[in-house]
Unconditional design. Sequence first.
Length: 216
Amino acid sequence: MSFSDYVASRWEQLLTDSWLHVSGVVQATVLATVLSLLIGVAVYRSPVGSAVATALTSAILTIPSFAMLGLLIPVLGLGVAPTMTALVLYALLPIVRNTIVGLSGVDPAVVDAARGIGMSRFDVLTRIELRLAWPAVLAGMRVSTQMLMGIAAIAAYAKGFGLGNVIFSGLARVGSANAVNSALAGTVLVVLLALVLDGLFALFGRLTTSRGTRGR
């Protein structure tokens, strides 16, 4: 069976796996963004705190994906729980780092002016600093999303969701009929979906960022 015939005969399953893959990655990125914003807001005014937060999230990326899942499975079991936990942890570094950089890069004169007109500390943070830092945060989200698209495929090891199951199924049957087609279909879809998702993030960024902020 040719590759095109394989895809045509299994398009429904491939579509379902693609949706689960993208959905899981987006959800993990959103959760990681919330955590990263909380961490970034807590430490960005402290050089020591910023360095510790960056170092800890960097250390997570040094753990191989298989090892991370292997450590989580005894605690969380198989399936969605260890997969989502691993994805969120791996997504933290780019977003935490960019949040800290974005918030630290806000012009102090702008903050002083906002306080001068009576804005509270919370208002300054939410209406001024986070808005100005948003392009940097979004850039971190895009990097994390691209990383997670590949890492999520390895989650099949933990009986996770998505296209990793298609890839691993093919690799486990190398030499049999359609084994290469299965692995290739999953791999190609991961790459294509990563590109599409990055384009959607770019569009989202243009819609949620003012022209003045984009020009910073």
